[in-house]
Design a protein around this ligand. Structure first.
Ligand code: C5P
Length: 225
């Protein structure tokens, strides 16, 4: 491990939609006193901005020009798009699909790279997404591939949406999750993959507390020396 990597360590938590990455990553960050990057929120904000501008989500130059005009800011629990809090709005299902579409565009991913690197600040960072360990922070001290069955993920997403007062339909959610998995893993730009240097944590039968403990346990093991 080089001094630089040790100085500001990154824990990369990648995995498919609704695998619990956000919950686990935030708790791990809280427990270690690290910063937290929700990279999916960036793609969701771009998706929302394009939907609002009635742009074409699959047109790279159009999406890029919208992205270059918007102002994105994370402030405590708020996610600000041009000054307005969109933390809840970006969680709605149509925006999940929009995020997945703009995430397939290579130039959009490149434009968001520097913004993600800015989150690497002392004493450390827990970053959650699809390509944290592969593209954004390849020198992460720990890479986790957090996953769960599509059915378990659809059920969690269902409960999450209902809890937030959104409409939800289980069968439609399962179908959307499978479609998003396929789009995220088959795209050419930074596809979702389990890399050989990542530890897999399958949370299908784990509680949230067990999932968090498992990641912390891996972290303590890799940093023991
Ligand atoms: O993680 P979350 O479900 O919020 O991500 C929303 C979408 O953003 C994903 O389906 C994926 O297509 C895209 N994304 C991505 N790369 C990341 C994080 C999210 O392509 N690092």
């Amino acid at each position: 491990m080089t001094d630089n990597v040790k100085a500001i360590p990154v824990i990369a938590i990648d995995g498919p939609s609704a695998s619990g990455k956000g919950t686990v990553a935030q708790a791990v960050a809280g427990s270690l006193g690290f910063h937290y990057l929700d990279s999916g929120a960036l793609y969701r904000i771009v998706g929302l901005a394009v939907v609002r501008a009635r742009g074409n989500l699959e047109n790279e130059s159009e999406v890029l020009s919208i992205l270059l005009k918007i102002n994105i800011k994370f402030q405590r629990d708020q996610v600000l798009l041009d000054g307005a809090d969109v933390a809840e709005t970006i969680r709605a299902e149509p925006i999940s699909a929009a995020a997945s579409k703009v995430g397939a565009l290579a130039q959009v991913r490149a434009a968001l790279l520097a913004r993600q690197h800015e989150f690497r600040q002392a004493p450390g960072l827990v970053a959650d997404g699809r390509d944290m360990g592969s593209v954004v922070f390849p020198d992460s001290v720990l890479k986790i591939y957090l996953t769960a069955s599509a059915e378990a993920r659809a059920e969690r997403r269902y409960k999450q949406l209902i809890g937030k007062g959104f409409d939800a339909n289980m069968a439609a959610l399962l179908q959307e999750i499978k479609l998003r998995d396929q789009r995220d893993s088959e795209r050419a730009a930074a596809p979702l993959q389990k890399y050989t240097d990542a530890f897999e944590v399958d949370t299908t039968r784990l509680t949230v507390a067990q999932s968090i403990a498992s990641v912390l346990d891996y972290y303590h093991r890799v940093t023991v020396n």
